[in-house]
Write a protein that binds this ligand. Structure first.
Ligand code: UT7
Length: 321
């Protein structure tokens, strides 16, 4: 037995405004429903409205995770929020979530690793729980990418959406439960393939998302297959033992190609990209909460989470739910 981080609750939040592919086309984006579905699998996404922010979505997801676990917010000793679209440059959006939850003193900070942010946050929180810095941790991915989209650029604006997902982790003495292994990577040589063309210390502006999609796609399949093999080996498991893969939801074709490369049955891959599009750091916890609530993911299932995004960054985790 050793001290492990066990998921005791999940939650998610989507802004009520749902935008279909056809609505984007009707609003002037030079695209069609058919092109978006064929190339990405996306049918719709949610966009935040007035007053809805990364922190408000994160707070709603966190509240649902706490309620699912039946745990009082006062027990949370650590909040790690993964986001590339914080409410403000500083303070960390995690502290806004903390205040909204009525927690007066805990560790709270943001992690920026774009679409891999949730895997980074999960790994950091896992190690902090194991290091006895807290007993309960909220690990949240939350994004409002609609605010950094260039709606004149049809190659990117159709791909992303807003949302949040949260896990409540509890440190427990356990053998084969909770987070079993995490692996993280970054390679900054690829900064220019997926980035935002603004920033506090450069242009002094927020900027818009820019992506060379084809090249990102090519790297994604290779990096994800490699890190999945790496993390499974570290956890002492094989791909045929996996009950569910919960991947970052960027493009259904990437999910299919990665599953094929690893020999994983596509029916064991949780897919939400059709309804949520790419919600960056929120996509993995949003997909996990969806699959927990619809009954697909059950207690004792072996799960693999994975993501790849700007930087490049990529990572994966193996856990027994
Ligand atoms: O979360 C971070 C990770 N991000 C990703 O993993 C994204 C990875 N990349 C992708 O998912 C795909 O590369 C895209 C979905 C972004 C693009 O798909 P693609 O099959 O690589 O298309 P493409 O960029 O090669 O574009 C093919 C054609 C082009 O027209 P021409 O040059 O062949 O005449 C584009 O101009 O499709 C055109 N096109 C569009 N047409 C209609 C690009 N965007 C659109 C659009 N609607 N929205």
């Amino acid at each position: 037995m050793s001290r492990r981080s066990v998921i005791v609750g999940t939650g998610s939040a989507l802004p009520p405004r749902r935008v279909t592919n056809q609505q984007l086309a009707d609003q002037g984006v030079d695209t069609t429903h058919e092109w978006i579905v064929e190339r990405t699998g996306i049918e719709a996404r949610h966009f935040a409205g007035d007053g809805e922010t990364t922190a408000t979505l994160a707070t709603e997801a966190a509240r649902k995770a706490l309620a699912a676990a039946g745990v009082d917010a006062g027990k949370v000793g650590l909040i790690v929020l993964a986001t590339a679209t914080p409410d403000q440059t500083f303070p960390a959006s995690a502290t806004r979530v903390q205040t909204a939850l009525g927690i007066n003193d805990c560790i709270a900070f943001d992690v920026a690793a774009v679409c891999t942010g949730f895997l980074y946050a999960l790994s950091v929180a896992d190690n902090m729980l194991k290091g006895e810095m807290a007993d309960y941790a909220l690990v949240i991915g939350s994004e409002t990418f609609s605010r950094i989209l260039d709606f004149e650029d049809r190659a990117t604006c159709v791909l992303f959406g807003d949302g949040a997902g949260a896990l409540l982790l509890k440190a427990e003495e356990a053998q084969d439960r909770g987070i079993l292994a995490t692996k993280l990577h970054a390679d900054g040589r690829h900064n220019d393939l997926l980035f935002v063309d603004g920033g506090v210390s450069t242009t002094g502006t927020v900027g818009k998302l820019r992506m060379k999609g084809k090249e990102v796609f090519r790297h994604a399949v290779t990096n994800l297959a490699d890190v999945l093999n790496e993390v499974l080996a570290a956890a002492g498991h094989t791909s045929d033992e996996v009950d569910w893969v919960v991947p970052h939801q960027a493009n259904k074709r990437i999910l299919d190609a990665t599953a094929k490369k690893l020999g994983i049955d596509p029916n064991r891959v949780v897919i939400t990209v059709d309804q949520h599009a790419n919600t960056s750091a929120a996509s993995v916890p949003l997909a996990l909460d969806t699959a927990v609530r619809d009954g697909r993911v059950k207690k004792d299932d072996l799960l693999v989470l994975e993501a790849m995004g700007g930087g490049f960054t990529w990572g994966a985790a193996v856990l027994r739910y």
